[in-house]
Design a protein around this ligand. Structure first.
Ligand code: PAF
Length: 250
């Protein structure tokens, strides 16, 4: 049975009983898929116990419409956690995680303003702030993040280093559908037509000779392109199909 903590205080009390055992932590915003479960299985293999958080973090959504439509599947999520044997679920209310009403924020001044940060102002401040809160609360030995959100992963690694956070940040490879589409909670919002087009995103990132070539090819296939850039030894991109924004990197 997965033990559920809906209150921060209850978790803090319980955390003491875990003592010196290693705790793995997988932060999520729910709408769980195989990509998340892979992080959890790895955490369970590498630690004495594992905690997962499900919290749709409002401070990282610059677009209120995106926050409203973010998929929420609490019943299915819990069934999945139980099915793989995750011990602890932390799922608090907004006011519980933001007693300061977001007066205190973590902000990074360089890499958070490019790529996704340039298109989603304030997004990474929201991400870094909630991740710092959750790492402080869990006091995890290891925390697991997917490489699909490569910019997020880099910024979290940087924050952990800058603030001497003792948790080891573990980067995990992107999990993909058979047709190459990176797994994402947002995929379930794609229309059948857009779902058919979507695998072209990764194929084009990989196949195009230049970023300009990739942008042109993606537009031809029906994608709206936020950005495609070569950076950090990777090619990263964000595109839109209708209301749904997809990111990936190769
Ligand atoms: O990657 C996500 O799902 C979120 O950005 C995270 C790390 C759980 C913070 O809300």
């Amino acid at each position: 049975m997965t033990k559920i903590f809906q209150s921060v205080q209850e978790w803090i009390e319980f955390r003491k009983s875990i003592g010196g055992k290693t705790l793995g932590f997988v932060p999520t915003m729910g709408a769980l898929h195989e990509g998340h479960l892979t992080l959890m299985r790895r955490s369970m293999a590498e630690n004495d116990c594992t905690a997962v958080s499900i919290f749709v973090n409002p401070t990282q959504f610059n677009d209120p419409n995106d926050l409203t439509h973010y998929p929420r599947t609490p019943k299915e999520d819990l069934e999945l956690l139980e099915s793989i044997g995750v011990q602890y679920l932390i799922s608090p209310e907004i006011t519980d995680l933001y007693p300061d009403d977001y007066r205190y924020q973590v902000s990074e001044k360089v890499e958070s303003n490019v790529l996704c940060g340039a298109h989603r102002p304030g997004h990474f401040d929201g991400v870094l702030t909630i991740v710092l809160k959750l790492l402080n609360l869990t006091q995890a030995s290891h925390a697991y993040f997917g490489e699909k959100d490569f910019q997020q992963l880099r910024l979290i690694e940087g924050m952990a280093k800058a603030f001497f956070i003792p948790t080891k940040i573990v980067a995990c490879p992107t999990l993909r559908e058979q047709d190459g589409l990176a797994m994402s909670s947002r995929n379930r919002r794609l229309t059948p037509e857009h779902r058919e087009i979507a695998p072209g995103f990764q194929k084009t990132l990989k196949g195009a000779s230049t970023t300009e070539d990739a942008i042109r090819k993606l537009k031809e296939q029906g994608f709206e392109v936020d950005y495609i850039e070569d950076r950090w030894g990777r090619r990263l991109g964000a595109v839109r199909l209708g209301q749904v924004r997809l990111i990936d990197n190769v």
